[in-house]
Write a protein that binds this ligand. Structure first.
Ligand code: HEC
Ligand code: HEC
Length: 333
């Protein structure tokens, strides 16, 4: 995760601070589409630094014991290494903690797309009783107590007090810098030189294009859409409808059991897999696609493209191995 900067004077900052301070502009990978950055929250170096500080600060949780990074582990590409994380009160969450890479390109957040932008998505973990268990008032009054945050918020946003909207903005700026775009696959993608991939991984890439790319297209390896890939047969309305996936938000019955397609970048580091963290290895994931797809009314039609009657993606053991070799090339060194 490389953060290149170049010199630029941001008009908005000039307006707020009333002075033109040289700012370094954050640059995004050229082979990715344009990132989604709201006009009201441009990327600035102080904003990114403040967001990083907040991300690792356990003071943002009620007990003072956990930070964002307690569930989103930097060593695991900002996903959790266990199926379901434990929150501030030691309660088990209902869904797996996903990676936070490449969120600058994600139009809707959470497994069911329940948040429309990164800034607003941040209030959920802060205030959920099972996660950090804070009220926004509690957080702002805690951070307002010491001079250190006050100074940093003032220098960053020109505000005299810590407001929750600025906490969200700073965290969102930091999250947009968590980029994975420099894997062996990218070397191949940018040069078309197939020697960057092993023979087996290249064979896997061809299979991937046929069987997986419809939902996991490069360069982001997600279509940012919702699909039911046949993990379950039934979708109980328990726990605020959390097992029903996208339906919980859209209330459209054709969305029952659909979840947002996760990126496959850094996939070797983000195990366990799926919205409930049920699979420990990529071998298990491939076994699922080739043998365990469950039928239900909303199962994605993609799984019916085979000669047999049972929905699945037909892949021999050696084809599965080749796809896994390819998936491993999506992980940064
Ligand atoms: C107790 C564990 C836990 C903590 C602490 C936590 N998260 Fe999360 N995070 C999760 C889980 C679980 C999800 C998935 C929730 C869902 O989709 O229903 C998630 C999802 C997200 C997403 C959406 C990602 C996507 O791909 O849609 C963002 C953004 C996020 N968290 C940011 C944060 C930030 C910022 C903090 C700190 C303020 C934080 N999280 C703290 C567990 C946690
Ligand atoms: C019809 C769309 C679709 C197709 C085709 C598809 N996927 Fe997925 N994939 C998804 C969705 C949606 C999820 C998340 C499902 C969930 O958790 O409920 C997912 C999850 C995954 C995961 C787990 C990622 C994580 O971080 O948890 C892996 C790995 C994966 N797919 C690889 C593949 C491979 C390899 C293929 C081809 C053999 C493939 N997918 C074909 C939509 C698809």
């Amino acid at each position: 995760m490389h953060i290149p900067f170049s010199i630029l004077c941001l008009p908005l900052l000039i307006f707020i601070l009333g002075a033109c301070q040289p700012q370094k502009e954050f640059t995004f990978p050229a082979h990715f589409p344009p990132p989604i950055i709201p006009d009201r929250n441009p990327m600035t170096e102080p904003g990114i630094n403040l967001g990083k500080r907040l991300f690792f600060d356990t003071n943002l949780s009620n007990s003072g014991r956990i930070s964002c990074a307690s569930c989103h582990l930097p060593s695991h590409s900002f996903a959790d290494s266990i199926p379901l994380s434990l929150g501030d009160k030691g309660l088990i969450l209902d869904r797996h903690t996903p990676t936070l890479i490449n969120l600058a390109w994600m139009p809707e957040l959470f497994w069911d797309g329940g948040a429309k932008n990164l800034e607003s998505s941040i209030f959920a973990p802060l205030t959920h009783t099972k996660e950090m268990n804070m009220s926004l008032h509690q957080i702002t009054s805690r951070l307002n107590q010491g001079v250190s945050y006050l100074k940093q918020f003032k220098a960053t946003f020109g505000t005299d007090s810590v407001y929750s909207a600025y906490i969200a903005r700073a965290l969102a700026q930091y999250l947009r810098t968590l980029i994975a775009a420099n894997s062996p696959f990218d070397q191949y993608f940018l040069t078309k030189d197939s020697t960057f991939l092993s023979t087996k991984a290249f064979q896997g890439y061809l299979l991937f294009q046929k069987h997986c790319q419809a939902c996991h297209p490069p360069p982001l390896f997600t279509d940012n859409q919702y699909h039911n890939i046949g993990l379950n047969k039934t979708f109980p309305p328990n726990n605020e409808g959390i097992y029903q996936g996208r339906f919980r938000i859209s209330l459209d019955s054709t969305d029952i059991g659909k979840f947002k397609t996760p990126t496959l970048r850094n996939i070797a580091r983000t195990a366990p897999y799926m919205h409930d963290g049920r699979f420990t290895t990529l071998e298990e994931v491939l076994q699922h696609y080739s043998h365990q797809v469950q039928s239900s009314a909303t199962l994605d039609p993609f799984f019916f493209q085979n000669k047999t009657n049972s929905p699945r993606i037909e892949l021999s053991p050696s084809e599965q191995e080749a796809i896994i070799a390819f998936l491993n090339t999506l992980t940064e060194q």
